[in-house]
Design a protein around this ligand. Structure first.
Ligand SMILES: C[C@@](CO)(OP(=O)(O)O)[C@H](O)COP(=O)(O)OP(=O)(O)OC[C@H]1O[C@@H](n2ccc(N)nc2=O)[C@H](O)[C@@H]1O
Ligand SMILES: Nc1ncnc2c1ncn2[C@@H]1O[C@H](COP(=O)(O)OP(=O)(O)O)[C@@H](O)[C@H]1O
Length: 281
């Protein structure tokens, strides 16, 4: 196999509790990741050189800083692999939205190049490598909706309800680092037993400061109140609403003054599903 096309799905944090801060500044958290059936698509072509080509260049992200590039180089370095790749991105996920687009792109790159370069690394090894690229990468490598703790790398697969979600993208990008360095952030939520019912704990500890600092997020959550209980994902800026059906989500999106998309939560990552299909053929 020398080409592969795989999705890079988005995620929602159905809840996000910050339980403490480690000595290295990273925060310990407890969260429930729901993977979605909506995301970017990445096209991979194996090449014989060691170069990693990426197109198109994402706005504001030089290729050397693209998490796709960083994932490919990390994999080369970990395995002394001398093969390369040309990678084309179909970007659909808004950046800085708390829906994990960059992390998911990185995870899909690790999964795809592991196959195209015949490396045979295990998911454990790929997740460990992924963690060096970002706290959100391991869950996408594992490929299942899951509870997570630690900084997001201790993962317990969860069986979530495969609900429809309306996701709105207020017109602002939010830096995860900036929110986590805010002195006013809640950092002392008592740890919960993660096997508990997912719907019982649906607060996001970042919501208060994000709403205060980003008026657009506050407005979007207020607007969603007309239809139900909107929530923030990750450090934002996206907000989401669980909907009874796709039709209902579409009706609400049509009236919305905000950009957005509709997606279904899935227990298995579309990247894993499609990789399995590709390996069958
Ligand atoms: C908050 C979450 C929740 O899923 O999602 P996003 O809003 O980014 O999507 C994640 O924990 C984000 O993971 P990720 O986006 O991969 O973060 P990283 O690149 O590893 O870290 C960016 C910066 O955020 C801070 N950071 C991140 C994760 C964490 N558990 N504690 C932190 O303090 C650190 O300052 C770090 O330098
Ligand atoms: N392939 C990529 N896709 C999106 N963002 C990327 C990518 N590579 C690097 N980045 C950088 O990572 C930042 C956070 O990206 P993203 O994962 O989309 O948001 P979030 O962490 O809020 O979920 C972006 O603003 C961008 O600067």
């Amino acid at each position: 196999m020398d080409t592969l096309t795989l999705p890079a799905p988005a995620k929602l944090n159905l809840f996000l509790h910050i339980t403490g801060r480690r000595a290295d500044g990273y925060h310990t958290l407890q969260t429930l990741f729901a993977l979605l059936d909506h995301g970017d698509t990445l096209h991979f072509q194996r090449t014989s050189g060691p170069d990693i080509g990426i197109s198109p260049v994402l706005p504001g992200v030089p290729n050397e800083q693209n998490l796709i590039y960083k994932a490919a180089v990390a994999l080369q370095q970990a395995t002394s692999c001398r093969l390369g790749a040309d990678i084309r991105i179909e970007k659909r996920l808004p950046m800085g939205g708390g829906i994990g687009g960059g992390s998911s792109d990185a995870a899909t790159t690790l999964l795809a190049l592991n196959v195209l370069w015949n490396l045979n690394l295990s998911l454990d090894q790929l997740a460990e490598l992924g963690l060096t690229l970002g706290a959100d990468v391991p869950v996408f490598v594992r490929g299942c909706s899951a509870y997570a703790e630690g900084v997001g790398e201790i993962i317990f697969p969860a069986k979530i309800a495969e609900n429809w979600y309306l996701v709105l993208k207020p017109d602002c990008e939010i830096s995860t680092r900036e929110i986590f360095s805010d002195p006013a952030l809640t950092r002392d939520t008592p740890p919960i037993k993660l096997a508990a019912s997912q719907t019982q704990y649906c607060k996001n500890d970042c919501e208060g400061i994000v709403r205060k600092q980003y008026g657009e997020v506050d407005k979007a959550l207020e607007w969603l109140e007309n239809f139900g209980k909107g929530r923030l994902t990750g450090t934002g800026s996206c907000v989401f609403l669980e909907c009874e059906s796709r039709d209902l989500a579409e009706k609400i999106l049509k009236q919305s003054p905000f950009q957005g998309f509709i997606a279904k939560a899935v227990n298995e990552s579309p990247a894993h599903r499609e990789l399995r299909e590709a390996l069958k053929n």
